[in-house]
Design a protein. Structure first.
Lengths: 486, 486
């Protein structure tokens, strides 16, 4: 490895430089230095099929530097495009350590420190959710996978034979989830062999929150159709509108019909860490399982998602295969520390270390403040644009998402807001988005939702978002959008 | 972020130090500085539930340094415990860049460089497998997940309605795999709703290779039972013995019975990169899909696994959900670049960048030499111990795994090798393993397999393994084991 020492030192130096404060400077640093695919291929030689020559270290360092420059600057304070950002420097350091120590979190033998760190985070989370003395958990490669785990545990709890016999030998089952739940529920239903049709979409209130009454009705209908009501997936913080389902209300319905209750808290779960915001997950203690993404509103780098269940042995029961080449029972330590057989993965990154390190580095109090701060900034932004000409809130913020339309001057005035007007409005966000990208001044996402045409969604998962940032967003959208003709 | 700059610089410095050549020095560096769980908890304060105080940077840097020290030194030349090691410095650098640039590989917008790098690796792999002009692929969080993808694509190709309708409305299906296939096939069958019983285990020849004749017989039996023969999972490089299934023979059976053919090349797949070893995967061009782990015999850090299929649209057909908040069709670039909807994940690490960077850094020729070198070293080790007193090969090496028993003096001699003798032999490996761990001089795994009692498995995925390393292994096992009484 010695011959590559020089390269590695230079690469580390470039990375250190990339993390320097000036690259995240609001005034001078770009959020993105966008290139269309064809232009990007002029900057970096991606081809591997040609002569397949060995590139020299100097060329590689150039690629390295360009990759840094041309990748999205997701830690910039004006990046609001996805539900992650900010990348806490403590998480970055922990993540780089994982690369350097390169291991897999399946046995204590191979990952002693990370095994204990993972258990510690799970314990902490279980205490936050009020899961009592009997629980278990594991980090998973993303929140979608955490939802898949919920989908699989539910059927294994109800019909343990499904593991051996498969779905052809059990009754048809239904999964209830709000019509605004994350698309991973559909993906999971398809992947796990339920089929997408097994997901019964429950009507939402205008806020994006699942109607508990509609849920109860749907469950009854489903039973009448001879289908087993297996589980409800409740959402704490929907992807677009940030709605928090009524966990207490849903828990009652689950109890009434003996259904499993999984809570997708990938986005809004961290509200649990804030005294002031915790009420949003009231009733979480009734859940059978819960997932949250520490790489979203918590500052960990991709990926860092954790699944916790109240059923201590269910992960192993549902997923275990006891492969003898990996999980030797005749070990020199207590093999109860080996976590791997609770997973569906074999090799597994020790993402837990990042969450654990952030929690130590920030401490309970600061984490609480950070989460509450993000909520406060979202509220500030909503207040800011509520009465600004040209802006229209899609809804009052519930989490740290704020959804809004920008109405350019060409669409203002007192004319009728008919279908055609809305169709034209739906063309505004994509146009502004392109201008934003080519200018590189900020990044915000947009999407349609149900009957609503394209609107912007700003998400504030940022450690350091300020009121001034919110004012910048408003002003920048105005600058980019005021001359748009749709 | 500025306030944490100082911490980050110091952390990078520690990581740079951890990668220094002296830490991988054969004479002076430990492979592992083992602590039992209780002792480990004395070194590092794992608890998060107590007062939850904020730790200072100095304390955190101490934790950081201890984590480096007390984690397994998996890059050490005497680490042979898992199928990964060596961690190519180019991959480490690329992996750290991914942490610093923190993004998710689902849209070109969010990961322009990584999107093009991924496509490039997929193109290269497809050319190696001879998949022709029509193919597609995606990086997945581990080889197990790649096998799951194969299991899901097979049924979606045969019964496209399974995505919507689920497994209760299709016929019962069978998955054929060798009795020595990886345990992820069973995990996947359970997780995807086939049920473990759907996996029909095919008898292996003594070498660990699936008997094609037994496969054909089993398929016929299954059809007689009224079950649909869906697919065969062939293995290129089994986990324990390193056997390569006869892909051409299996392909014929697949064709005969219209079955999907998935090849699990997680371990042995890189043989494709070596002119001399490529013949081991003869027939790979007949496969419908293929997975290999670049984090195994290729030096990438965890995780870096890639799935390739010959069916261009099948990944999207099977996994796609077209979530409008993420995959806006009205984008400012060609959305065919957006890879996310081919995955079952939402957020996805850009692991592809590591594989791409290694391929550029090493070049075709050097990669070929490295792979061939690892095979050669395994053969050297087998030669070395074949005639050494106290060592007994379980089998002739086929890949870079060498499986062997160590027979301590107390079990040598001309006495009968009856069941009791074998039982005693089975206790040797765990005892030596514990001594090895507590001494920290090397790491090798062991396991039983079928009727065979515990034996050692050394795996050579190492870039830099030498003949002297092999001699060290032999001598060290002798040193650790010669006085053992079982």
């Amino acid at each position: 490895m010695a011959e590559n020492q020089n390269f590695l030192n230079k690469a580390f130096h470039l990375l250190e430089k990339s993390m320097a404060a000036k690259n995240y400077d609001r005034e001078n640093a770009l959020v993105v230095d966008y290139r269309d695919p064809k232009d990007m291929a002029k900057e970096i030689d991606f081809d591997l099929e040609g002569n397949g020559r060995k590139y020299g270290d100097d060329e590689l360092l150039q690629d390295f530097e360009k990759t840094i420059k041309l990748s999205v600057n997701s830690g910039h304070p004006h990046f609001f495009n996805q539900m992650f950002t900010g990348h806490d420097p403590y998480a970055v350091a922990a993540g780089c350590l994982l690369e350097c120590r390169n291991t897999s979190l399946y046995t204590y033998e191979m990952a002693p420190v990370f095994t204990l760190a993972e258990k510690s985070v799970i314990n902490y989370l279980a205490s936050l959710t009020g899961f009592g003395e009997s629980y278990n958990g594991i980090f998973v490669p993303g929140g979608s996978m955490g939802n898949f785990f919920g989908l699989n545990l539910a059927r294994n709890l109800r019909f343990p034979s499904v593991k051996e016999k498969g779905m052809t030998e059990v009754k048809k089952m239904a999964i209830f989830a709000s019509e605004q739940c994350h698309y991973s529920i559909g993906k999971g239903a398809a992947f796990l062999g339920y089929g997408i049709d097994a997901v019964k979409r429950i009507r939402c209130e205008e806020s994006g929150r699942m109607s508990v009454e509609a849920l109860r009705e749907k469950v009854k209908e489903t039973i009448e159709e001879g289908i087993v009501p297996l589980m409800v997936v409740a959402v704490s913080g929907t992807t677009v509108m940030g709605a928090f389902d009524d966990l207490e209300g849903i828990a009652k319905v689950c109890k009434e019909f003996s259904m499993y209750m999984h809570v997708d808290g990938c986005w809004g779960g961290p509200a649990l860490l804030s005294e002031k915001r915790r009420h949003l997950l009231k009733g979480i203690e009734h859940a059978d399982s819960f997932v949250w993404d520490a790489h979203k509103m918590f500052g960990a780098t991709q990926q860092c998602a954790v699944f916790v269940t109240k059923h201590k042995d269910l992960l192993k029961q549902a997923h275990g295969q006891a492969a003898s080449y990996l999980f030797q029972p005749d070990r020199y330590y207590d093999v109860a520390y080996d976590s791997g057989d609770m997973s569906i993965q074999c090799g597994r990154k020790a993402d837990a270390f990042k969450a654990w390190f952030i929690l130590k580095a920030r401490g309970k109090k600061q984490v609480d403040l950070m989460i509450d701060h993000a909520f406060g900034i979202a509220e500030y932004f909503a207040d800011l644009i509520r009465d600004t000409e040209g802006f229209k809130l899609v809804h009052e913020p519930q989490c740290t998402n704020v959804c809004f339309w920008y109405i350019p001057p060409c669409l203002r005035g007192n004319g009728e807001r008919d279908d055609k007007w809305w169709q034209r409005l739906g063309k505004v966000a994509p146009k502004i988005k392109e201008k934003m990208m080519r200018k590189g001044s900020m990044m915000i996402g947009y999407q349609p939702l149900g009957h609503r045409v394209n609107f912007f969604r700003i998400v504030i998962p940022h450690l350091n978002s300020t009121k001034e940032d919110m004012e910048f967003v408003r002003d920048e959208i105005n600058r980019l959008g005021k001359d748009i003709i749709v």
